[in-house]
Write a protein that binds this ligand. Sequence first.
Ligand code: KG4
Ligand code: ZN
Length: 349
Amino acid sequence: MRVLGIETSCDETAAAIVDGRRVLSDVVSSQVEFHRPYGGVVPEIASRHHLENLVPVLGECFRRAGLSPADLEGVAVTRGPGLIGALLVGVTAAKAIALSHDLPLAGVHHIEAHLYSVTLEHEIAFPHLALVASGGHTELYLVPAPRRYRRLARTRDDAAGEAYDKVGKLLGLGYPAGPRVDRLLQGYDGPAIPFPLPRMRDGSLDFSFSGLKTAALRMVESGRVRPLQDGEDPAAAPGLLEALHGFQEAVVDQLLDRATRALEGARPAPAGVVLCGGVSANSRLRARAAEHFGARGVPVWVPSAGLSTDNAAMVAALGEAMLRAGERDGLEICAEASIPLGEEGEGTA
Ligand code: KG4
Ligand code: ZN
């Protein structure tokens, strides 16, 4: 089916058209420059920019695909979780297109779309483990069959991407810091200042990243690490690269620790591990996960960088699967700031 997808849950205005698993066009307009002065996403600014950008983004999406709305067979939209005002813009536009062109509508769960994004590029097997790590979420799922999810762990405080952004901000790297930290460390092979690896006392697989921010703050307060100043070479700031390296290794250590423990506890044995969400674009996480799970004979499936961060191709792809399965929503669907996904449970499928 030819399905249009719309994504406006945070600060990317995105539209894409898929035909089955083929991506015909995929347009993302980032608002990051408007949020940068504030050091994070400002919800009101996000909504306003979605409102201004969505029509041009849709126009570009149809132009690149060489299609018009009359060629579509369905419309999919992220209905949550996310920023409510931002979501509303996409949901309202999707309803208008569905109504005016008499098309079936699918309201998509943003995290499920991230989990589904890997299917556009990989043949994945079941059951598998899936780790979604983004700016708003860090969760581990057991996926026993297509579109069935059992949540094994979540973060108890910050998300992994949020930790990158907060620690990066503290160390003078601006917003969003994740991609910059990744780039800065790519050629670095010097020492690392160690950061803590938290373990839950109750043995749960839950994540916790807020301690990394506190550790970084202490390093700055004690004078061991100096934040980057405007125009300065990062290698010249005392302790900066050592701290960033230690921080990044601690994030990756924690993600791999939880995923490995989940893998060892799950019966039947998962056929592989999916990494998705913005942080899965991280080159160090990709390399270490491939090496770590590869050594155990477990395949790792990761979307390409453009499909890791927020995009509408994953929304269109999941919507296409939903519509093909006869799951369609009425025009009464609403944007929702938080929606649960899957059941809570242990690691057995
Ligand atoms: O999935 P996403 O685009 O949006 C949300 O749904 O949150 O994820 C954005 C997050 C940001 O925190 C950003 O800093 C982080 O993903 N991120 C990265 C990288 N690219 C994006 N973190 C580390 N390394 C990267 N290469
Ligand atoms: Zn996302």
